[in-house]
Design a protein around this ligand. Structure first.
Ligand code: HEC
Length: 490
């Protein structure tokens, strides 16, 4: 197993960016409205109790309103036709006032809710209001090597990710998730040693929306537990033993939007059937092209690679050389440590001599690789003014950035060529700092729909920047070879 800690650090901004983009002007549901509900209403209208058959802890529930109510709970744009406003704005001694006990909401809070409804009651990307996770529970997760952090700045929902220690994680570790049951929203168990029965530990988690189980040994029995996750939107079963019989039980997961079943026992027919059964679902059976058995290529041991920074080494490691086991220049057997990343593919050579020759003139010598076809790859890095979001210039290998001559807020964008195959995500790695991006543009510090965040990490120093594309979201699916440049900042 390659122990390079590829997944360890900064997933932060990618996730923050993917979460709610607050409406630019106007009332912000997540920051201004949800906290009012949380402090004053959820104890009677939350996950535990639903007085008047009303829940106010998620946008979905708020939109649904009170079951069988005579008056609409919420009419976007019309506070006067919304019980949600009417009931909080009654005189203090009215028997219908909400909350029914204690102080009424302040005038300011009432006005805010009125204003928010008048603006159409926007609720962003669907934030869920949950209490903050217990610090001890988080500390325990960190102890066993998991990444555990909020999904975004303004939420208590958690992302828990075991990838960095995947090969040490088994069923017994999952019991540490029980204390964060309410908060757990994204869970990554890819490559871990969990079993079908082990997944019982997460059954019924109310807010679990993304679940990575790829490359685990789970099979149809596990679906028993997965089908209890009512909020599940994303499920990755790539490389598991799940079959048609298993996924058939997912039909009641009406929120499911993406299901990955590449290299499983799930048939194309069953995939199509599921897509019919669940409106809005896309089942990804994987691209058919090269059936690569992910037999890892040995990467150079850290000892002999001391000087050479091995950008995204672990990602490269799971890639099989495109040219098979013969050197395209000499015809001899390849040395799997002598590889070059070219247009999303890994090309392997027999010796440093051939490797060096190729690196000098790759565009010409690629003709020696039979039937070469690029994979999705990063074609170019562009220096961006994060304030105006305008490109400054292409950043090339060997460049120097003089901070005194550039705008104050900078970032770098990775431009890609999908060569006809969908890109699921792009991993950018600046020295050891990683950043995963789901949707273009792929910025070094993320973006909000193209509004780039400044990359504060760009300080004077020497850098190697590698970026590689993956066929699926969240750095999963098939990895493609990285594009790498080195540059200096002064
Ligand atoms: C102490 C418990 C309690 C708290 C706190 C509370 N409610 Fe209620 N709420 C109730 C009960 C009981 C009902 C059902 C009886 C009724 O309609 O008066 C209800 C009903 C409602 C309804 C009407 C549902 C329908 O049938 O149309 C709305 C709207 C509502 N609450 C909003 C709120 C809001 C907003 C808050 C916070 C500002 C809040 N409630 C806080 C107990 C509570």
């Amino acid at each position: 197993m390659c122990k390079t800690p590829l997944w360890t650090v900064t997933l932060l901004t990618a996730i923050a960016g993917a979460a709610t983009a607050a409406n630019a002007a106007g009332v912000d549901f997540d920051k201004q409205i949800a906290p009012i509900f949380k402090d004053n209403c959820l104890k009677c209208h939350g996950p535990d109790k639903q007085k008047g058959d009303l829940r106010l802890d998620t946008p979905e529930w708020i939109r649904k309103g009170a079951k069988d109510a005579d008056e609409p709970t919420l009419t976007p744009g019309k506070p006067e036709k919304s019980q949600l406003y009417h009931r909080i704005s009654l005189p203090k001694d009215d028997e219908d006032i909400m909350p029914p006990k204690g102080d009424p909401l302040t005038k300011a809070q009432q006005e805010l809710i009125k204003q928010w409804i008048t603006e159409g009651a926007p609720m962003g990307g669907g934030e869920v209001v949950v209490p903050k996770a217990d610090d001890k529970a988080i500390a325990k997760l960190h102890d066993i090597g998991a990444l555990a952090m909020p999904l975004a700045r303004n939420t208590n929902l958690l992302n828990v990710d075991f990838r960095a220690v995947a090969d040490q994680i088994g069923d017994s570790h999952l019991q540490n998730l029980a204390p964060v049951k309410e908060q757990l929203s994204w869970l990554n168990l890819a490559n871990t040693k969990i079993s079908d029965t082990g997944l019982k530990a997460i059954a019924g988690f109310p807010h679990l929306s993304r679940l990575h189980l790829e490359k685990t040994v789970i099979g149809d029995e596990a679906i028993e537990h997965i089908k209890t996750l009512k909020e599940l939107e994303y499920l990755n079963l790539y490389g598991t033993k799940v079959t048609d019989k298993g996924v058939d039980q997912l039909k009641d997961l009406k929120n499911l939007k993406r299901l990955y079943v590449w290299q499983t026992g799930v048939s194309k027919d069953k995939a199509a059937e599921l897509e019919k059964a669940i409106p809005g679902l896309r089942v990804d059976t994987g691209w058919e092209a090269p059936k690569i058995e992910p037999k890892p290529v040995e990467t150079p041991k850290p000892a002999d690679a001391a000087a050479a920074p091995a950008p995204a080494a672990a990602a490269v490691a799971t890639l099989k050389p495109f040219n098979g086991d013969k050197c395209p220049l000499s015809g001899k057997d390849i040395d799997p440590t002598k590889t070059v990343a070219y247009k999303g593919r890994l090309i392997a050579f027999c010796c440093n001599n051939c490797k060096g020759k190729f690196e000098k003139d790759p565009d010409k010598l690629i003709a020696k690789v039979k039937d070469f076809k690029p994979a999705p790859y990063v074609t170019q890095f562009v220096l961006i003014d994060a304030k105006t979001d305008k490109p400054i210039r292409e950043l090339k290998d060997g460049d120097t950035i003089d901070l005194s001559k550039e705008p104050k807020e900078l970032t770098i964008e990775a431009k890609t060529d999908s060569v006809g195959q969908e890109i699921g995500s792009v991993m950018l790695k600046l020295n050891d700092e990683e950043h995963l991006e789901g949707i273009a543009p792929y910025g070094l510090a993320g973006d909000d729909n193209g509004d780039f965040n400044a990359a504060e990490i760009l300080k004077p120093g020497k850098y190697t920047l590698a970026a590689n594309a993956f066929s699926a979201e969240g750095g999963t699916g098939e990895p493609f070879a990285p594009t790498t440049i080195s540059f200096t900042i002064k």
